[in-house]
Design a protein around this ligand. Structure first.
Ligand code: GTP
Ligand code: MG
Length: 193
């Protein structure tokens, strides 16, 4: 997809605030600091549209982005950040669960994992949660620029095996630094629209 327009439409914490349109939607999921917001910026060719931080926990709300007036991306706060209270963690869980289990416009979840390391227990749990609700997943194995190209396939295999990846789900080697995987990611997302 050639992105000609993109803008944030709302930062939501509850369903009443979700945009009331029937546009197809893709929501990000992944560990805190894994690169969800960076993925969105790269896909949209926008440097600072989705907020990025060197500190984990930057994204706190469900941030809806409207693209070419035809679809939404939803940036989602990450999991696995140690420095959050039990109360915050419970609020996060409720917000994520409500969104993923009720949003009819959701075409697929985009689960971001770090290609360098095997998926964490939280990653596996997130993937199992999405599969439990029959939500199609596109796995983005990001930060590929940080390991040599010759090792990508080996790491990809570990990622697939650790997640016990469903045969119907796609997995893409990605880098928000170099743009590796961007065209492939767009063509797969378009196939879900
Ligand atoms: N080298 C490299 N760094 C990346 C890549 N993607 C993200 N980063 C860096 O990783 C850090 C976290 O990126 P974010 O996009 O803010 O991560 P996030 O998943 O949105 O984090 P939260 O909002 O805290 O959940 C930043 O310092 C990014 O510059 C990548 O593909 N390659
Ligand atoms: Mg973020």
């Amino acid at each position: 997809m050639k992105v000609v327009s993109s803008d944030i439409v709302i930062s939501a914490v509850k369903p009443e605030q979700y945009p009331e349109t029937a546009l197809p939607e893709f929501a990000l999921a992944g560990r805190s600091n894994v690169g969800k917001s960076s993925f969105i910026n790269k896909m949209l060719n926008r440097k600072g549209l989705a907020r990025i931080s060197s500190k984990p926990g930057k994204t706190q709300t469900l941030n809806f982005f409207l693209i070419n007036e035809v679809l939404h991306f939803v940036d989602v706060p990450g999991y696995g950040y140690a420095k959050v209270s039990k109360t915050e963690r419970a609020a996060w869980g409720k917000m994520i669960e409500t969104y993923f289990t009720t949003r009819e416009q959701l075409k697929a979840a985009v689960l971001i994992v770090d290609l360098r390391h095997p998926p964490t227990a939280d990653d596996v749990m997130m993937y199992e949660f999405l599969k439990h609700y029959d939500i199609p997943c596109v796995i983005i194995a990001t930060k590929a620029d940080k390991i040599p190209k010759g090792k990508w396939q080996k790491h990809l295999k570990v990622t697939k095996e650790t997640l016990d990846l469903d045969a119907n789900d796609h997995i893409i080697v990605f880098s928000s630094e170099t743009g590796e995987g961007k065209d492939k990611a767009w063509s797969i997302l378009e196939s879900y629209m």
